[in-house]
Write a protein that binds this ligand. Structure first.
Ligand code: HEC
Length: 107
C-alpha cells in the first residue's frame, strides 16, 4: 500500500505527462453549475486556504484519511469551509462526484 501510493505521488508530481489512463472526471451540466456556484469560489481561488482543484499531491495527502472522511468534512464543514460547502441541495452522490472532480488532474 505505502509503496503503491508513493508511486502514485511520483506520477502525480511528474505533472505535465499524466499516464494516458489517468482518471478524468467530467461533470454533467447540473453538477458543473453546482460546482461553479459553490466549490469554485474557494477550490479554484489561490490563497483561499482551500486545497485547489487539480492539486493532486495535496489531494493525495488528504485522501489518506479515506473517502468517507472527505465526504464527512464537506457535510459537517472543516476549517474555513462551512457545513454543506455552500451547496445545501447537494446530495451525497453529488458531493462524491464533486470531490472526485476536485481531486482529478487539471485539464
Ligand atoms: C467558502 C469556501 C469553500 C467552499 C465554498 C467550498 N470549500 Fe471545500 N474547503 C475549503 C477549505 C478552506 C478547506 C480546507 C479545510 C481545512 O483543512 O482546514 C476545504 C476542504 C475541502 C475538502 C477536504 C476536506 C478534508 O477533510 O481534508 C473537500 C473534500 C472539499 N473541501 C470539498 C468541497 C466541495 C465538493 C465543495 C463544493 C460543493 C466545496 N468544498 C466548497 C473551503 C471551501
Amino acid at each position: 500500500m505505502g509503496r503503491i501510493s508513493l508511486c502514485l505521488v511520483a506520477i502525480l508530481l511528474a505533472g505535465c505527462s499524466p499516464p494516458p489512463d489517468s482518471p478524468r472526471v467530467v461533470l454533467d451540466a447540473r453538477l458543473q453549475a453546482l460546482y461553479e456556484r459553490a466549490c469554485v469560489h474557494c477550490h479554484a481561488a489561490k490563497g483561499s486556504g482551500a486545497p485547489q482543484q487539480g492539486d493532486t499531491a495535496e489531494w493525495a495527502r488528504r485522501a489518506g484519511q479515506g473517502e468517507a472522511a472527505l465526504l464527512a468534512s464537506v457535510r459537517q464543514g472543516k476549517g474555513a469551509m462551512p457545513p454543506m460547502a455552500w451547496c445545501a441541495e447537494c446530495s451525497h452522490e453529488d458531493f462524491q462526484q464533486l470531490i472526485a472532480y476536485l481531486r482529478a488532474p487539471k485539464e
